[in-house]
Design a protein around this ligand. Sequence first.
Ligand SMILES: *Cc1c(COP(=O)(O)O)cnc(C)c1O
Length: 437
Amino acid sequence: MEIQKNPLEIVEWTLQVTNQHNEWRLRKTINLIASENVMSPLAMSVYLSDFEHRYAEGKPFKRYYEGTQYIDLLEDAANSYFAKLVNATYADTRPVSGTISNAAIFKALAQPGDKALIAPVQAGAHVSHTRFGTLGALGIEQVDMPYDEQAMNVDTDKAIKMVEEIEPKFIVLGGSVYLFPHPVKEIAEAAKTVGAKLVYDAAHVLGLIIGKAWRNPLEHGADVLTASTHKTFPGPQGGAYAVTDDKSLYKKIYKNLFPNFVSNHHLHRIPALLVTMAEMEAFGEAYAQRIVENARRLAESLAARGFKVVGEHLGYTKSHQVLVDVRRQGGGYRAAKMLLEANIIVNKNLLPYDPPDAIKDPSGLRIGVQEVTRFGMGPSEMDVIAEFFEKVLIRGIPVDRVANEVSEFRAQYIDIHYAFKPDDVSVKYIGPLSLIR
Ligand SMILES: *Cc1c(COP(=O)(O)O)cnc(C)c1O
């Protein structure tokens, strides 16, 4: 981009574009990206603080920097609270993203040249689990577990045999595109027999786990849970991990994160994370239950309107996601673009039976209902959303007409649910802007 504006104009332009984005995403569009969410007003307000300027290398209360006494309190509390919510003994909220969390864990568990066994891409593996991402960057060899097309899942029996044959250093379950829980218990038992650690990547399903709508992998034998804090868990963008009661494993990962993968750990996330954790303790069960109910309803409603929804024989979904095969509607690329023009945001996605090179125009759409649920939508609103899909992709109603209908509908849902309201709390958050000029 050629910059032709003067400095003041650049500031004005930046504010204007950001204003446009905020209004568009928070008032006009239905966001169905499965990896996103919005913070509560309280979490969002405390996200803006002086912590965004500071460093705190080292452990709470044992830092390399001075001036950290308040972040010490908050970070120590955040680590303990995260551990409590996922029923672990140890946790660390310093990873600035899920990928960074995975990097610290993978590096702690294997040397270059060692093998890691991962869920296959058809079962939803994230790029960080593969040779094209973090695993590859660390020189760890990726071996895929076999996939069971009928069960739409890891092939448990074959995977167990593979664990015994390959003797990997670690195994990764959990993913980015999956409708049904992976077989944690069975794989954990096999892992134990060969001394491999089982890592469960809960980036997508952390909110469902804390809300008890998804099996907690740590209660089924996983050694480490790694996650993003901004997908079904509606907190600030960031990462975290938790470890059962293996203190030496925890220490090993902890020492790998800093200095290998973070220096400053974006301290301003921590207060917002604490507020979100408290909200999830208070409201998470209702939220998670409603998410799963909505996902299923949206799947049924889309199927009733003539869409080919993936996983029909298994009841469509047990997660926050719905996968739709839109080959009959012109393919994933075209369908996602048409929906965008109608103010509905989804991403095109490979379906389990797509060849990997179909990535530019895959057969499917991945839909997540966690954000619309957060804005108070329930099963009847899922029917409305399914009807918008039908209008755009099946009935061919002009997209600009549907776009207006979508915005009018969306503008009715601006209250964030499953969260404390600023009036509920007896402390007024002041924020940094009133302290500087
Ligand atoms: C999103 C995702 C990640 C990466 O998370 P970031 O916070 O974006 O780095 C890791 N693993 C899985 C399974 C994911 O879906």
